[in-house]
Design a protein around this ligand. Structure first.
Ligand code: BTN
Length: 274
Protein backbone atom coordinates (compact mmCIF):
# COMPACT_ATOMS: atom_id res chain seq x y z
CA UNK A 1 0.00 0.00 0.00
CA UNK A 2 1.46 3.35 -1.02
CA UNK A 3 1.80 6.21 1.43
CA UNK A 4 1.50 9.85 0.46
CA UNK A 5 3.85 12.33 2.07
CA UNK A 6 2.36 15.11 4.15
CA UNK A 7 3.19 17.78 1.53
CA UNK A 8 1.49 16.05 -1.34
CA UNK A 9 -2.03 17.20 -0.42
CA UNK A 10 -1.06 20.89 -0.66
CA UNK A 11 1.19 20.35 -3.67
CA UNK A 12 -1.46 18.64 -5.75
CA UNK A 13 -3.56 21.78 -5.99
CA UNK A 14 -0.80 23.93 -7.52
CA UNK A 15 0.14 22.69 -10.98
CA UNK A 16 2.21 25.05 -13.09
CA UNK A 17 0.34 23.89 -16.21
CA UNK A 18 -2.36 21.45 -17.21
CA UNK A 19 -2.34 20.07 -20.74
CA UNK A 20 -4.24 17.51 -22.77
CA UNK A 21 -2.06 15.26 -24.91
CA UNK A 22 -3.26 12.29 -26.97
CA UNK A 23 -6.37 12.10 -24.77
CA UNK A 24 -4.55 12.29 -21.43
CA UNK A 25 -4.85 15.02 -18.83
CA UNK A 26 -1.34 15.91 -17.67
CA UNK A 27 -0.65 18.04 -14.60
CA UNK A 28 2.80 19.58 -14.86
CA UNK A 29 4.60 20.96 -11.82
CA UNK A 30 7.83 22.89 -11.44
CA UNK A 31 8.86 21.26 -8.17
CA UNK A 32 7.12 18.74 -5.96
CA UNK A 33 8.21 16.06 -3.53
CA UNK A 34 7.43 13.13 -5.81
CA UNK A 35 5.10 12.69 -8.77
CA UNK A 36 4.04 9.34 -7.28
CA UNK A 37 2.96 11.06 -4.04
CA UNK A 38 1.00 13.78 -5.81
CA UNK A 39 -0.60 11.26 -8.20
CA UNK A 40 -1.57 9.19 -5.16
CA UNK A 41 -3.31 12.20 -3.62
CA UNK A 42 -5.11 12.98 -6.86
CA UNK A 43 -6.19 9.35 -7.30
CA UNK A 44 -7.51 9.26 -3.71
CA UNK A 45 -9.50 12.38 -4.61
CA UNK A 46 -11.05 10.57 -7.60
CA UNK A 47 -8.81 11.49 -10.57
CA UNK A 48 -9.74 9.22 -13.50
CA UNK A 49 -7.65 6.48 -15.06
CA UNK A 50 -5.01 7.87 -17.39
CA UNK A 51 -4.43 11.11 -15.45
CA UNK A 52 -0.72 11.93 -15.41
CA UNK A 53 1.48 14.00 -13.12
CA UNK A 54 4.87 15.36 -14.24
CA UNK A 55 7.43 17.52 -12.53
CA UNK A 56 10.58 19.32 -13.68
CA UNK A 57 12.13 18.53 -10.29
CA UNK A 58 11.41 16.24 -7.34
CA UNK A 59 12.67 16.98 -3.84
CA UNK A 60 11.98 13.43 -2.64
CA UNK A 61 11.91 11.23 -5.74
CA UNK A 62 11.45 7.59 -4.79
CA UNK A 63 13.14 4.56 -6.30
CA UNK A 64 12.72 0.83 -5.72
CA UNK A 65 14.15 -0.84 -2.63
CA UNK A 66 13.83 2.44 -0.65
CA UNK A 67 16.38 4.14 -2.88
CA UNK A 68 16.05 7.74 -4.07
CA UNK A 69 15.55 8.90 -7.62
CA UNK A 70 17.66 11.99 -8.22
CA UNK A 71 17.59 14.14 -11.34
CA UNK A 72 18.59 17.80 -11.87
CA UNK A 73 15.73 20.20 -12.71
CA UNK A 74 14.51 19.97 -16.28
CA UNK A 75 16.98 17.28 -17.33
CA UNK A 76 14.82 14.19 -17.14
CA UNK A 77 11.28 12.93 -17.35
CA UNK A 78 9.68 12.30 -14.00
CA UNK A 79 6.07 11.27 -14.36
CA UNK A 80 3.37 9.13 -12.81
CA UNK A 81 0.24 7.69 -14.33
CA UNK A 82 -2.97 6.74 -12.51
CA UNK A 83 -4.56 3.41 -13.45
CA UNK A 84 -7.69 1.75 -12.08
CA UNK A 85 -7.29 -1.84 -13.29
CA UNK A 86 -9.79 -4.54 -12.47
CA UNK A 87 -7.21 -7.17 -11.61
CA UNK A 88 -6.08 -8.99 -8.48
CA UNK A 89 -3.35 -7.38 -6.44
CA UNK A 90 -0.88 -10.17 -7.25
CA UNK A 91 -1.17 -9.26 -10.95
CA UNK A 92 -0.31 -5.57 -10.52
CA UNK A 93 3.40 -6.22 -11.36
CA UNK A 94 2.17 -7.09 -14.88
CA UNK A 95 1.43 -3.39 -15.41
CA UNK A 96 4.99 -2.55 -14.45
CA UNK A 97 6.27 -5.12 -16.94
CA UNK A 98 4.04 -3.57 -19.59
CA UNK A 99 5.36 -0.12 -18.79
CA UNK A 100 8.93 -1.40 -19.18
CA UNK A 101 8.04 -2.55 -22.69
CA UNK A 102 6.60 0.88 -23.47
CA UNK A 103 9.63 2.79 -22.16
CA UNK A 104 12.11 0.54 -24.02
CA UNK A 105 10.19 0.93 -27.29
CA UNK A 106 9.79 4.69 -26.77
CA UNK A 107 13.53 5.15 -26.32
CA UNK A 108 14.34 3.05 -29.37
CA UNK A 109 11.78 4.93 -31.46
CA UNK A 110 12.97 8.41 -30.42
CA UNK A 111 16.73 7.85 -30.31
CA UNK A 112 17.49 4.65 -32.20
CA UNK A 113 19.53 3.53 -29.14
CA UNK A 114 19.32 -0.18 -28.31
CA UNK A 115 17.28 0.08 -25.10
CA UNK A 116 16.23 -3.16 -23.42
CA UNK A 117 14.57 -4.27 -20.18
CA UNK A 118 16.67 -5.63 -17.35
CA UNK A 119 14.34 -7.56 -15.05
CA UNK A 120 12.24 -6.46 -13.35
CA UNK A 121 11.89 -2.94 -14.65
CA UNK A 122 15.13 -1.14 -15.38
CA UNK A 123 15.65 0.08 -18.91
CA UNK A 124 19.27 -0.15 -19.94
CA UNK A 125 21.37 0.90 -22.91
CA UNK A 126 24.62 -1.07 -23.29
CA UNK A 127 24.14 -2.32 -19.73
CA UNK A 128 23.70 1.15 -18.19
CA UNK A 129 20.44 2.20 -16.59
CA UNK A 130 18.59 5.01 -18.33
CA UNK A 131 15.14 4.59 -16.78
CA UNK A 132 13.44 3.06 -13.76
CA UNK A 133 9.82 2.35 -12.89
CA UNK A 134 8.18 2.36 -9.48
CA UNK A 135 4.59 1.13 -9.16
CA UNK A 136 2.56 1.59 -6.03
CA UNK A 137 -0.97 0.34 -5.36
CA UNK A 138 -3.69 1.45 -3.04
CA UNK A 139 -5.95 -1.37 -1.94
CA UNK A 140 -9.63 -1.39 -1.05
CA UNK A 141 -11.00 -4.61 0.45
CA UNK A 142 -7.94 -6.47 -0.78
CA UNK A 143 -8.23 -5.36 -4.41
CA UNK A 144 -6.37 -2.52 -6.15
CA UNK A 145 -8.45 0.66 -5.97
CA UNK A 146 -5.82 2.38 -8.08
CA UNK A 147 -2.25 1.87 -9.19
CA UNK A 148 0.34 4.59 -9.66
CA UNK A 149 3.04 3.84 -12.20
CA UNK A 150 6.00 6.18 -11.73
CA UNK A 151 8.57 6.50 -14.49
CA UNK A 152 11.93 8.24 -14.36
CA UNK A 153 13.93 8.65 -17.59
CA UNK A 154 17.39 10.22 -17.75
CA UNK A 155 17.10 12.41 -20.82
CA UNK A 156 19.47 15.37 -21.04
CA UNK A 157 21.97 14.91 -18.20
CA UNK A 158 25.62 15.00 -19.14
CA UNK A 159 28.15 12.81 -17.30
CA UNK A 160 28.61 15.34 -14.49
CA UNK A 161 24.90 15.54 -13.83
CA UNK A 162 24.41 11.86 -12.98
CA UNK A 163 24.57 11.04 -9.25
CA UNK A 164 28.27 10.30 -8.47
CA UNK A 165 27.45 6.84 -7.07
CA UNK A 166 25.67 5.92 -10.33
CA UNK A 167 28.24 7.21 -12.81
CA UNK A 168 29.51 3.75 -13.70
CA UNK A 169 26.10 2.14 -13.95
CA UNK A 170 23.78 4.85 -15.35
CA UNK A 171 23.49 6.87 -18.51
CA UNK A 172 21.15 9.33 -20.22
CA UNK A 173 19.70 9.57 -23.72
CA UNK A 174 21.89 12.61 -24.40
CA UNK A 175 25.06 10.78 -23.38
CA UNK A 176 24.19 7.83 -25.61
CA UNK A 177 23.08 9.86 -28.60
CA UNK A 178 25.61 12.67 -28.32
CA UNK A 179 22.95 15.37 -28.61
CA UNK A 180 19.98 16.84 -26.76
CA UNK A 181 16.69 14.97 -26.90
CA UNK A 182 13.28 16.63 -26.73
CA UNK A 183 11.51 15.59 -23.55
CA UNK A 184 8.20 16.49 -25.18
CA UNK A 185 8.87 14.06 -28.06
CA UNK A 186 9.71 11.32 -25.55
CA UNK A 187 6.49 12.04 -23.66
CA UNK A 188 4.36 12.06 -26.80
CA UNK A 189 5.83 8.76 -28.02
CA UNK A 190 5.44 7.21 -24.59
CA UNK A 191 1.73 8.00 -24.52
CA UNK A 192 1.17 6.76 -28.08
CA UNK A 193 2.99 3.48 -27.45
CA UNK A 194 1.37 3.06 -24.02
CA UNK A 195 -2.10 3.35 -25.55
CA UNK A 196 -1.32 0.69 -28.17
CA UNK A 197 0.08 -1.78 -25.64
CA UNK A 198 -2.49 -1.08 -22.93
CA UNK A 199 -5.28 -1.90 -25.39
CA UNK A 200 -3.42 -5.10 -26.32
CA UNK A 201 -3.20 -6.03 -22.65
CA UNK A 202 -6.92 -5.30 -22.04
CA UNK A 203 -7.82 -7.55 -24.99
CA UNK A 204 -5.40 -10.42 -24.52
CA UNK A 205 -4.21 -10.21 -20.90
CA UNK A 206 -0.92 -11.59 -19.60
CA UNK A 207 0.12 -13.52 -22.78
CA UNK A 208 0.26 -10.15 -24.57
CA UNK A 209 2.59 -8.72 -21.93
CA UNK A 210 4.79 -11.82 -21.86
CA UNK A 211 5.26 -11.83 -25.64
CA UNK A 212 6.16 -8.16 -25.72
CA UNK A 213 8.34 -8.28 -22.61
CA UNK A 214 10.32 -11.17 -24.10
CA UNK A 215 10.80 -9.18 -27.33
CA UNK A 216 12.22 -6.24 -25.39
CA UNK A 217 14.22 -7.86 -22.57
CA UNK A 218 17.97 -8.22 -22.13
CA UNK A 219 17.77 -10.63 -19.17
CA UNK A 220 16.57 -14.02 -20.37
CA UNK A 221 19.27 -16.43 -21.39
CA UNK A 222 21.83 -14.86 -19.03
CA UNK A 223 23.68 -16.67 -16.31
CA UNK A 224 22.94 -15.39 -12.83
CA UNK A 225 24.18 -16.29 -9.38
CA UNK A 226 21.77 -16.66 -6.48
CA UNK A 227 23.64 -15.93 -3.24
CA UNK A 228 21.22 -17.18 -0.61
CA UNK A 229 23.50 -19.65 1.10
CA UNK A 230 27.16 -20.49 1.51
CA UNK A 231 26.96 -22.24 -1.82
CA UNK A 232 25.97 -19.74 -4.46
CA UNK A 233 23.73 -21.38 -7.01
CA UNK A 234 24.22 -20.52 -10.66
CA UNK A 235 21.27 -20.58 -13.02
CA UNK A 236 19.96 -19.24 -16.27
CA UNK A 237 17.07 -16.78 -16.45
CA UNK A 238 14.54 -18.59 -18.62
CA UNK A 239 11.15 -16.84 -18.39
CA UNK A 240 8.90 -14.47 -16.49
CA UNK A 241 5.83 -15.49 -14.54
CA UNK A 242 2.29 -14.13 -14.38
CA UNK A 243 3.21 -12.42 -11.08
CA UNK A 244 6.07 -10.63 -12.78
CA UNK A 245 8.61 -12.99 -11.24
CA UNK A 246 11.78 -14.21 -12.92
CA UNK A 247 12.03 -17.95 -13.56
CA UNK A 248 15.56 -19.18 -13.10
CA UNK A 249 16.65 -22.63 -14.16
CA UNK A 250 19.10 -23.69 -11.45
CA UNK A 251 21.71 -26.36 -11.93
CA UNK A 252 19.91 -28.70 -9.55
CA UNK A 253 16.43 -28.87 -10.99
CA UNK A 254 13.32 -27.15 -12.27
CA UNK A 255 13.02 -23.40 -12.80
CA UNK A 256 12.43 -21.48 -9.59
CA UNK A 257 10.46 -18.22 -9.39
CA UNK A 258 12.02 -15.12 -7.82
CA UNK A 259 9.95 -12.00 -7.16
CA UNK A 260 11.26 -8.47 -7.54
CA UNK A 261 11.29 -7.85 -3.79
CA UNK A 262 13.50 -10.90 -3.19
CA UNK A 263 16.09 -10.55 -5.88
CA UNK A 264 18.10 -7.60 -7.11
CA UNK A 265 20.28 -7.56 -10.17
CA UNK A 266 23.80 -6.43 -9.44
CA UNK A 267 26.08 -5.28 -12.21
CA UNK A 268 27.31 -8.79 -12.95
CA UNK A 269 24.88 -11.17 -11.31
CA UNK A 270 21.69 -11.40 -9.31
CA UNK A 271 21.87 -11.51 -5.54
CA UNK A 272 19.09 -12.72 -3.33
CA UNK A 273 18.25 -10.27 -0.50
CA UNK A 274 18.53 -12.02 2.85
C1 BTN B 1 13.88 2.65 -9.69
O1 BTN B 1 14.49 2.26 -10.68
O2 BTN B 1 14.35 2.51 -8.56
C2 BTN B 1 12.53 3.28 -9.87
C3 BTN B 1 12.68 4.75 -10.07
C4 BTN B 1 11.36 5.46 -10.32
C5 BTN B 1 11.54 6.95 -10.35
C6 BTN B 1 10.29 7.67 -10.77
S1 BTN B 1 10.58 9.38 -11.09
C7 BTN B 1 8.87 9.65 -11.22
C8 BTN B 1 8.20 8.83 -10.14
N1 BTN B 1 8.12 9.56 -8.90
C9 BTN B 1 8.91 9.04 -7.97
O3 BTN B 1 9.05 9.48 -6.82
N2 BTN B 1 9.50 7.93 -8.44
C10 BTN B 1 9.13 7.65 -9.80
Amino acid sequence: MAKTDANANGEASLPHKRISLCGKEIYIYREISSTNSVAHTMASDGAPEGTMVMSMFQTAGMGRMKRQWVCPAGKGIMMSMILRPKIGVQLVPQLTLLCGVVVAETIREVTGCAAGIKWPNDIVIKGRKVSGILSQSSLFRGAPEFVIIGIGINVNQNDDQLPPECKETSTSLRIELGKRVSRFTVLEQFITIWEKHFQGFLKEGYPYIRTNWIKNNVTLGRYITINNSNNPNVGVAVDISERGGLLVSLSDGLPEEFLAEDLSLGSTYYKINK
